[in-house]
Ligand binder design. Structure first.
Ligand code: ATP
Length: 133
């Protein structure tokens, strides 16, 4: 089976660099499935789980937005934050979720409301990545 080299990079450093047979990511334009040899493309990503397939295993990486760059032999994901599901601290994500939900219930200006909405989506994405791993 052919593979493509996947790099997940954040400002804190590399999160993952490995060969996979398929990459499935949620781009702003919809779900993208990438196989080795894919035409070059760049796509902005949603907050979501990137699924990396190799044989019968699927690795999940919780990605907090960012960009996907595809070349025929390499897929690079650049994100502000990204964690492998095995590195996620679920109790931290649950606390972040509760904090964000509380903030959304308070009356706030638009900027704080938007910030809380994004924090909630990041937290739920992390919890889901652990639940689905
Ligand atoms: P929190 O309020 O818990 O910090 P957050 O969504 O504001 O959550 P981010 O700003 O997205 O956090 O990330 C800050 C750093 O902490 C990043 O390096 C990210 O990978 C890491 N991080 C955030 N939440 C978790 C988690 N639940 N488990 C492991 N790492 C996390």
């Amino acid at each position: 089976m052919k593979t493509v080299e996947v790099h997940v990079v954040t400002p804190d450093g590399p999160v993952l660099q490995e060969q996979f047979e398929m990459v499935i990511a949620r781009a702003k334009s919809g779900e993208l499935g990438i196989l080795p040899g894919h035409i070059p493309t760049v796509a902005p990503l949603e907050i979501g789980a990137v699924r990396l397939k190799k044989g019968k295993t699927t690795e999940l990486v919780a990605v907090s937005g960012g960009f996907l760059e595809v070349r025929p032999d390499k897929v690079t994901i650049l994100a502000q934050a990204a964690e492998r599901s095995t590195d996620i601290d679920v109790s931290r994500a649950r606390s972040a979720k509760e904090r964000a939900e509380r903030r959304l219930q308070e009356r706030q200006d638009d900027i704080d409301y938007r910030r809380a909405e994004l924090a909630l989506r990041r937290a739920m994405n992390r919890i889901n990545a652990v639940d689905n791993k």
